[in-house]
Write a protein that binds this ligand. Structure first.
Ligand code: NAP
Ligand code: G4F
Length: 345
């Protein structure tokens, strides 16, 4: 049975990748960082007590900012495949906590690669690189497009990407880097724009939120469905040769288009509810990301399975179900809670 180890297991992609690897028959070891409250919501449906026989999914405490804990884990687990998904992944937040963002996304990647080298593991390595690294490079972007990062997050990811390439070239490590464009799902963090929108649509529809405040509505993104993207990660590690791959749908939409469609899914007119608040503008914006994923399509046979319209619908429906379940569980308490939350997001 193959053993896989992933960082960022508690995040959006980590949860889908864990599901995917378990379905492939792997034993899966996820890294989770210490938190003062439970942070495994996205994984709880997969978890079985490790005392039970047949358990194939294990969580371990460590942190990408703590190199020793990474060496210890790799030494104990000895995985065949490593997926490095952990990061402070919010671009706007990276302007507020730039050093920490770099410590995790850049330094953490280096620490993990060093842990692989020092333990002498013969394993395959996946690095979660990002289309943000292209920044202001004109669309469409592919593996040969020069990078022009526009945020501390993107600069840190660019280091993570290039150090992965460097370990491949220096030490012969089977290390691949997935340059993934935006991918979303009902498990997307609540402060990324798609989820912020679909959650607000559901809350407005049910009368527990009045307004949605957003930043730049003109930015264009190539949005896909997260489960499709974790399949691409796995496919990269099944190749004989390591490499770098752009992964995206090849279709871009503005934030405004996402808003329009999401409100329409709930029979609402977005213009009545959406206001622009400059607080959500970024010091430097990435205007237009559009993937040319022809290499991934050709070499991996990768294809997205969900259209833009379906993605929006999937997310709105999931947020409607979530708010309905909460409302059934305690309407008055919830109305107060989501009201204040809606204003602060
Ligand atoms: P996410 O939901 O924000 O998950 C990030 C994960 O990293 C969480 O599990 C988080 O733990 C963990 N983490 C943060 N700091 C850590 C630390 N110091 N030590 C250990 N773990 C830490 O991100 P995602 O959307 O799943 O994305 C996965 C990866 O792909 C990220 O590296 C992201 O930058 C990159 N990426 C994402 C996209 C996208 O559109 N989703 C596109 C390109 C690249 P907690 O749960 O405890 O916070
Ligand atoms: O949803 P976003 O915060 O995602 P962003 O910045 O594109 O980054 C995401 O995708 C990257 C891949 O390209 C990942 F590497 C990264 O980890 C993350 O997953 O913002 C998308 C766009 C931006 O142009 C932003 O300015 O939406 C615009 N936007 C407008 N109003 C907003 C808002 N973004 C957020 N988060 N909140 C708003 O109110």
């Amino acid at each position: 049975m193959k053993k896989a180890f992933l960082t960022g297991a508690t995040g959006q992609d980590g949860s889908y990748l864990t599901e995917f690897l378990l379905a492939k028959g792997c034993e899966v070891h996820g890294l989770k960082r210490r938190s003062s409250s439970f942070n495994t919501d996205r994984l709880d449906h997969l978890y079985r007590d490790f005392h039970e026989s047949g358990a194939r999914f294990f969580l371990h405490y460590a942190d990408l900012t703590d190199g020793g804990s990474l060496v210890k884990l790799l030494y104990d687990i000895r995985p065949d495949e490593i997926y490095n998904l952990a990061a402070q992944s919010h671009v706007k937040v990276s302007f507020e906590v730039p050093e920490y963002t770099a410590d995790v996304a850049a330094g953490g990647t280096l620490r993990l690669l060093e842990a692989v080298r020092l333990t002498g593991l013969r394993c395959r390595f996946y690095q979660a690189s990002s289309s943000e690294m292209f920044g202001s490079a004109p669309p469409p972007q592919n593996e040969t497009t020069p990078f022009h990062p526009r945020s501390p997050y993107a600069c840190a990811k660019l280091f993570g990407h290039t150090i992965t390439v460097n370990y491949r070239e220096s030490y012969g490590l089977h290390a691949s880097s997935g340059i993934l464009f935006n991918h979303e799902s009902p498990r997307r963090g609540e402060t990324f724009v798609t989820r912020k929108i679909t959650r607000a649509v559901a809350h407005i529809k049910r009368g527990v939120q009045d307004k949605l405040y957003l930043g730049n509505l003109d930015a264009r993104r190539d949005w896909g469905y997260a489960p499709d993207y974790v399949r691409a990660m796995w496919q990269m590690l099944q190749q004989d040769q390591p490499g770098d791959y752009v992964v995206g749908t090849g279709e871009a939409h503005t934030v405004r288009e996402f808003v329009e469609l999401a409100f329409a899914c709930a029979d609402l007119d977005w213009k009545e509810f959406v206001e622009v608040d400059p607080r959500y503008f970024r010091p430097a914006e990435v205007d237009y990301l559009l993937a040319d994923a022809s290499k991934a399509r050709r070499a991996l046979g990768w294809e997205p399975s969900v259209t833009f319209a379906d993605l929006v619908r999937i997310m709105v429906d999931a947020d409607l179900r979530e708010i309905d379940a909460k409302l059934r569980g305690g309407e008055e308490a919830l109305r107060t809670a989501v009201h204040s939350e809606g204003r602060n997001m």
